[in-house]
Design a protein around this ligand. Structure first.
Ligand code: SF4
Ligand code: SF4
Length: 442
């Protein structure tokens, strides 16, 4: 059974897309388009699965950064009540610290790169943030721009007269609100027609584009303070207990790391001193978001035939972990392994990666699964690639033999040789105990 069509079809079925947000208004200057959306008019072509997934990833990233802000700033972060304009337009407020509004903009790879290079933000991000700040009577704005593709981030400070652009945006809000109330004629803006999803339904009189929002009165400058503080918080998470099982072999670690000694430390239950950097932590967290999106749609689509986060506990090899999913049909039992990946890595993929096949095999045999379905999700575009791989008993025997040999060595009271490779040892959570000779302290 192919999972990709099931996921897309479920996601497309569940999509309604009628909500209008302030972001929609600042991104497209045709308020008639927003009116059609609000009244539930059918789109010319329903939105496709990848684009819906991108929206879900963006929402997940915003929620994630908000969680970081809450953890990092505690009570200093003031959370505005859920704000709407005209009773139906979601403003998308994030939070405030003292007199400063904090906003989050999730940008595609190309958009983020352009912002980082020019030290500027897209006009719609500036207009949106300025309007939110104006609504909350804040004079300063910080925007955290996050690259959807690779989770790099930058914070920007916006200064200038926020009220000028905010007034223009709120004029458009008023126009939309009046149209919804039947008090405004059906007038659209032809500048947005080329990308409009309602061309077939449009009966508006089309007028020329209005002048762009006056973002020229605003200045955006890169201001590292906010991201630096959040990075420090993310690094501090290494001090917290990860809650992962001890005295075992984790398939995700075993399949990637070549050092047998590292695996032996895990079997012996030695404390880990994690060295997960802030950027890598964000990549992991966004990976969880992508997992949730795909797992959620598979579960809804397949119901009881699909079990998620299936525990694996294999006594002989001490393997312990969770398989992302197992789908059982009368004909076959298939394991699911989900991997989120950047656009560049995704484009190069022509088969499931070797390390991932090892990990999948370590789940599959203990679970008596005959084949693994590797689902790769492109974080930048929402596209999915799917590779179905029958389980190789030969690969399993090689992996099991390695695990058993390490277990045997630990039982004999000895430890495997150090691998002593700087790039591996520097990130190893057991380096504090292992003390490899790599020139400088790790
Ligand atoms: S077709 Fe053009 S004028 Fe009509 S709703 Fe779409 S953007 Fe507006
Ligand atoms: S510090 Fe290096 S040699 Fe020691 S366990 Fe870790 S990876 Fe292996």
């Amino acid at each position: 059974m192919e999972m990709k069509p099931l996921i897309y079809s479920q996601i497309e079925n569940d999509w309604t897309g009628y909500e209008v947000t302030l972001k929609d208004i600042v991104k497209s200057d045709c308020t008639y388009q927003h009116y059609l959306r609000y009244i539930g008019e059918d789109w010319d072509k329903p939105k496709r699965g990848p684009a819906i997934i991108v929206d879900s990833i963006e929402k997940g990233i915003k929620d994630l950064v908000l969680k970081y802000l809450k953890d990092c700033y505690g009570d200093r972060l003031e959370l505005p009540k859920k704000g709407t304009l005209a009773g139906f337009i979601d403003v998308g407020l994030i939070g405030c610290i003292e007199d400063c509004l904090i906003d989050i903009a999730v940008l595609p790879d190309g958009g983020f790169a352009a912002s980082a290079e020019a030290g500027k933000l897209p006009a719609w991000v500036m207009a949106l943030a300025a309007t939110k700040a104006h609504l909350l009577n804040k004079k300063r704005v910080f925007v955290i721009a996050v690259n959807r593709n690779n989770q790099k981030w930058l914070s920007f400070s916006i200064s200038g007269d926020l009220s000028i652009v905010a007034t223009e945006v709120l004029e458009d809000v008023k126009e939309l609100s009046e149209r919804v109330d039947g008090k405004s004629p059906h007038v659209g803006r032809e500048s947005s027609c080329f990308s409009c999803g309602f061309k077939k339904k449009c009966v508006a009189t089309k007028r020329k584009a209005p002048l762009p929002y006056s973002v020229k009165y605003l200045n955006a400058t890169v201001s590292a303070d906010l991201c630096t503080a959040l990075d420090r918080y993310l690094v501090s998470l290494n001090e917290r207990d990860s809650g992962r099982a001890k005295f075992c072999v984790h398939p995700s670690e075993f399949s990637v790391f070549q050092c047998d000694r590292r695996i032996a430390y895990g079997i012996l239950g030695v404390d880990k001193k994690e060295k997960i950097g802030a950027h890598l932590r964000r990549i992991f967290d966004v990976g969880h978001i992508c997992h949730d999106i795909l797992q959620g749609s598979l579960k809804t689509s397949l119901g009881d035939a699909c079990e998620l986060e299936v525990p694996v506990d294999h006594e002989r090899t001490k393997l312990k972990g969770h398989c992302d999913g197992v789908v059982t049909t009368p004909a076959v039992k298939t394991g699911i392994e989900i991997k989120s990946i950047s656009r560049k890595g995704f484009d190069k993929l022509s088969s499931a990666k070797k390390d991932h096949q090892k990990q999948g095999t370590l789940y599959a045999v203990p679970l008596d699964v005959r084949r693994m379905n590797y689902l790769y999700i492109n974080k930048d575009t929402g596209s999915i690639k799917e590779f179905v791989v029958p389980i190789s008993k030969g690969l399993w025997h090689d992996l099991a033999a390695r695990a058993e040999s390490i277990i045997k060595e630990t039982k004999n009271g000895s430890m495997p040789e150090r691998i002593t490779k700087e790039y591996l040892c520097r990130q190893c959570p057991y380096a504090w105990s292992c003390k490899p000779e790599i020139g400088s302290k790790v």
